[in-house]
Ligand binder design. Sequence first.
Ligand code: BG6
Length: 483
Amino acid sequence: MSHTMVIFGASGDLTSRKLIPALYRQFQRGRLPKNSRIVGVARSPYTSEQWREQLAESTAKFVKNDFNPETWAAFAAQVYYQPGDISVEADFPKLAAFLEQIEESKPTDRTYYLSTMPQLYATAIEQMGKAGLNDDTVGHRRVVIEKPFGTDLATAQSLNESIHKTFREDQIYRIDHYLGKETVQNILVLRFGNTIFEPIWNRNYVDHVQITVAEEVQVGRRGGYYDQSGVLRDMFQNHLFQLMMVTAMEAPVRYTGEFVRDEKVKVLQAVRPYHGSDFSENGVRGQYQGYLDEEGVPDNSPTETFAALKFYIDNWRWRGVPFYLRSGKGMSCRTTQIVIQFREPPHLLFGEQKSYRPEANRLVIQIQPAEGVQLYFQSKVPDSDMRMRLSELDFRFDSSGRELPDAYQRLLLDAMLGDPGLFARSDEVEQAWRIMDPIIAAWRSPAAPQLFQYEAGMWGPGECSEWMSKQGRSWFDICPVML
Ligand code: BG6
């Protein structure tokens, strides 16, 4: 069946930087459903032709060598623009009529993509319902919702409630672009497509897990948004939790959207809630020096641009194994990595001195930018007695040096084809807020732990390393080596 993708917030940055390039690349690869159309909706009074011209320029910039004028012309012929204001009820019937017209009143599947300001999600959906845009008797109707999904549990619940008045849960696709990353999906293949890892992927062999999302960039022009959100809302409640879920989940009975999401949400359900002193002892807060001078940030802002948190997942597999999650802006380098730190061998067979003592094994899953997996293990120093050294098996996801597909490519296609597995379900999003809300509240209260300053270009505040060493552990602060 033919397909129409309707993008609300069409004049925004996400549309030109991510959505259109992703759709163009999928078109180029012949993967979009036959007779796909793209309709942009925003307040600016463009014509379709004007919007196409703008998109030609931005897409050429973002897809670089993939840009081909002939392919673009074929793609752009299916791109339309319809001016519309979400707060104006009358604009929705107009949109409905426009869609009917370009679809020639033939049965067509539709995906509505909300790439607007989050405050407009509920209104947009209500208006869509009133204009009958949710009527799925003549084709599928799905709605894709960008993050942030609420700013706490109460707002997420109320957003879920209002969306459910217009769309069923199986029609709602909540985006977390981390799930669209090839290397995040590869964690499932690594764990469940091999037999050698799963038997040791538990409390008997794993000492702890570190999940780091470090960003070299600072908040830049996003100060106004960022200061309201801070690293806990911006990165932990969504991206870091997604990484923790795929690392810790049980194998689903089958690889289908619902079974995978069932297992993921169980991880969050098993996260031990913080009580009393946990709020100050189980984490470290930081703010990079110079954050207060950023545009849109108040002079006395207490917002953290860095956080490290320790979680326990209380189930048979993970009881007692700390999961350390950390993320920050203004860090040494851009790297997203998961370190599975195994236990030390139980017996020192070769001697007590340093060069005879084995270092514990470590599996490092590099999500980006040097996508790959490294396994660290001991080997004998050649021509020595029984001295040992740490050696490495290094797998690079794509050694050809080609860029991996952007996360949005996969996610947009999955939404169009009706595969919800890589999208967050309502219970998952709410459970994530249930964990984060008390931490955010405690970190905003007068009893909040100290906010440590750190110099941009470091691995967060030095106090974070001290916090780790007090627990007899250390961070793996390693910038990825690009080939
Ligand atoms: C976004 C956050 O969701 O993810 C940004 O709002 C952050 O602050 C970005 O920079 C990180 O995404 P990626 O794919 O570059 O790791």
